[in-house]
Design a protein. Sequence first.
Length: 387
Amino acid sequence: MAENIAKLSFWGVRGSTPSADRTTWRYGGNTPCLELITPDQGRLILDCGTGLRMLGNSWAAEAEQTGRSIEADVLVTHYHWDHIQGIPFFAPLYSPRNAFRFHSFRSEFVGPESLKRAFEAQMAHPYFPVNLSAMSAHREFTELAGGDSFNAGDTRITARWLNHPQGCLGFRFETPAGVIAYATDNEPGVPEFDQALIELADGADIFINDAQYTPEQLESRKGWGHSSWLASIRTAKAARVRHLVLFHHDPDSSDSAVDRILRDARGQFENVWIAAEGMVMSLGTKQVDIDFCTQRHLGSEPSLPVRVTGQTQDGKTFDEHTMIHDMGMRSATIDLAHAPKLQSALQVVMETPAGETEKRRALRCYVVRLEPKPDNNEVSVGVVFVE
Ligand SMILES: [Zn+2]
Ligand SMILES: [Zn+2]
């Protein structure tokens, strides 16, 4: 029997344009794309930014293994490039066995069938090598407007208008496991839109919100259609949400700039998270678990002795000697007696075996996963390395 869990995966978290530079690599450079698997195993895609390519590859690989076709509802918040750019690279659209129901609004600049036309336009000559006829999957297009609701399996979906140039929809997903609200690309400051956003997020277990700027940047970027982490926190508090996820990071925000946003935001709201590519949130009726799909290790690496310093969940500094294992280019696992806070920084110093004079190597990493170990009181801590 299916468990009563909704699973939300972040495949793209960057706003405006993809960023491939190393300074943005830890949080990820792909533009918005989220995958939501509802408790009845329905598949939903929220936005079709460049993150959609990897999601499609993952679904295609799974379909090849199971022999099953793919069916999904695809919700597109608006037509800015960063939210549609992944469509031509979504492999499951090129198989006639698959079927997709697309939902978006009628743009006053494009007219009827806006999303279908956006598809055609982005694949027209000379912008793309093959045209839309190469996409053999079954496709249906539905128009939505703010205030509309519909059901996808066991999930009730409601759309609301957000404050963004040329329009944007926010979505509320009421699943049997809990409520998720997704509101990217929104500028605060217009009372009726601010109120609509609070209603969209009302009591949500997970609220994903535009936090492209710092409050100072927002001051000088009025009219660009985006929000700050501080405005997101104000909305989260007014709507009494349980977990806030700051989303749509500016392409010019380096990982350390995003770290500063998280640190400042944590001072004002306890359950705040920074969206990161690979992050997975599992929503059960009682709790929200956060995990991170770090690249799987090969399993043959030896464990190495390390000294780890960091902060526990109640803010105390710890310093312990332990072993690090599963080391990959980006990630590793460390067994610790102290449980650090998720998304907090750790310093890891490789310990040189006695007698060797080699310089000690210090690495900084971030906690992305915590799992209690069944056989002792330790926790298995998944980390991602900082540049
Ligand atoms: Zn955007
Ligand atoms: Zn936009």
